[in-house]
Ligand binder design. Structure first.
Ligand SMILES: [Zn+2]
Length: 291
């Protein structure tokens, strides 16, 4: 199972950087995958010499505030990206365009981090901006569903009038910031709700159940990820999953077999007994092949 960073993992990475990097100056920041850098003004080298004063999370983006006239180093790990921390950054010279390293940041105490991306489809993104809202993906973000002030009434208001399937609504970043494929599977399983239920047709009771499931699932995952070093977060996420990426295994709640629905470039999992009245959902890819 590949582990795509979502809100709880990104939150833990941000907390880790806050603890280890805040108060330290950046001595150098260099991209090896030139396509990863999405901005050119201010330039990447403008970060050098600036002290990191804060680390924030916006949805699945991490935002480092750097320098007195602050610049923001913002990044999004996409589907196959990760952060590798070094107490002592290796001395090896990075070759542009080669290997999994997209960005290397060195700090004044010799520590630092790489952003890496596995695979050939590169979508990890790095931005240097004066205001985080200059990043289009951040400007578009919907409310953060884990924010203390986000209420059931806010949740209901967001769902009202959306005649689309709840699975897609939950993972749409412009609707809710930070939830992806894995946690939307987990939230729907916890709420005992079909991924194909239409958002606008949920009863007030269902909305409340879903809201509780969302808050509890994310709070548990944030707590499980919190305080772990970056290298441990993927395993922590895998272990916490009840149905996501567990096709063919027994549902831990009812013992039914976890099933999946496949799309061209993604798969999601659910439990028929818990979520769809025992009825397996049509597999889109398979049913197209059978026609
Ligand atoms: Zn079940």
């Amino acid at each position: 199972m590949s582990v795509v960073p979502e809100l709880p993992e990104v939150d833990a990475l941000a907390a880790f950087l806050r603890e280890r990097a805040v108060g330290h100056a950046i001595t150098s920041a260099s991209v090896t995958a030139i396509s990863a850098l999405k901005t050119f003004d201010p330039p990447l080298h403008a970060l050098a010499g600036g002290t990191i004063t804060a680390v924030a999370r916006h949805g699945k983006f991490i935002d480092l505030t750097v320098g007195a006239e602050p610049l923001h180093l913002v990044f999004h790990l996409a589907r196959a990206g990760w952060l590798r921390w070094f107490d002592e950054v290796p001395k090896t010279i990075l070759k542009p365009g080669k290997g999994p390293i997209a960005l290397r940041v060195k700090l004044d105490d010799g520590a630092g981090f790489d952003l890496t991306e596995a695979g050939t489809k590169k979508s990890l993104a790095v931005y240097v901006v004066r205001d985080p809202d200059d990043v289009p993906g951040i400007a578009r973000l919907g409310p953060d569903p884990t924010a203390p002030g986000f209420t059931l009434a806010d949740f209901q208001a967001v769902l009202d009038g959306r005649r689309t399937q709840i699975k897609g609504v939950l993972r749409d970043q412009s609707v809710f910031a930070g939830i992806g494929n894995a946690y939307s599977d987990e939230i729907l399983h916890a709420a005992r709700m079909s991924p194909y239920a239409l958002a606008a047709k949920l009863t007030p009771e269902q909305v409340e159940t879903l809201f509780t499931a969302l808050r509890d699932t994310l709070a548990e995952a944030v707590a499980a990820a919190s305080g772990r070093p970056p290298a441990d977060l993927k395993d922590a996420k895998r272990r916490g999953m009840q149905v996501h990426a567990r096709t063919g295994e027994a549902c831990p709640v009812c013992g039914d077999t976890v099933r999946e629905v496949r799309f061209a470039d993604s798969t999601f999992q659910y439990c028929p007994t818990c979520q769809t009245g025992g009825k397996p959902l049509a597999d889109r890819v398979l049913s197209r092949l059978l026609k």
